[in-house]
Design a protein. Sequence first.
Lengths: 112, 117
Amino acid sequence: DVVMTQTPVSLSLAIGQPASISCKSSQSLLGTSGKTFLNWILQRPGQSPKRLIYQVSKLYSEVPDRFSGSGSETEFTLKISRVEAEDLGVYYCWQGTHFPYTFGAGTKLELK
Amino acid sequence: EVQLVETGGGLVQPGRSLKLSCVASGFTFNNYWMSWTRQAPGKGLEWVASITNSGGSTYYPDSVKGRFTISRDNAQNTLYLQMNGLRSEDTATYYCTRGYYGSFAYWGQGTLVTVSS
């Protein structure tokens, strides 16, 4: 199985500060289709997960452009240019390239 | 508006069975892969099962293979998860998700399954 390793485990940031979350996979997520199915989701407290980014860097339409995703093969990064209050919660990376699909353990973003 | 509404969760004894349902609306159901993902209380996320848009192929992790069965009724816009031989470690909130290019574009609100005697 592909192991997804997220760092840091938690982040405590003030509103307006940038954030960066790393996600590393134990094997390449580049699929036979030539696409890399690395996704980011956010789970706010008490809510179900919500989509953020798919295929490494593609933002879903409703996601603010302060979010960005980058990376390739086995190393990926989620960045928030300026954290806002609505961004708090747990961020998960997960891969949809190889079965079984696997998730990172999550990074908790708290506000200072 | 896309909606995924899960039902069927509850308290069940170890070894017993339970069937979850997910009614979908707001999109053409038979155009999309569908999946179930679960989250144990206070824990992370675990993919449980996926099914192709036609229902012709299904996929599972080893943790549930042989015990869980995903299926769909495209005429009723409904996804199912039949869970047999339930164990305490199956206790979780189960989310129905809609696929999109190797991602889960939409998540339901979840239904809680508690396996306990």
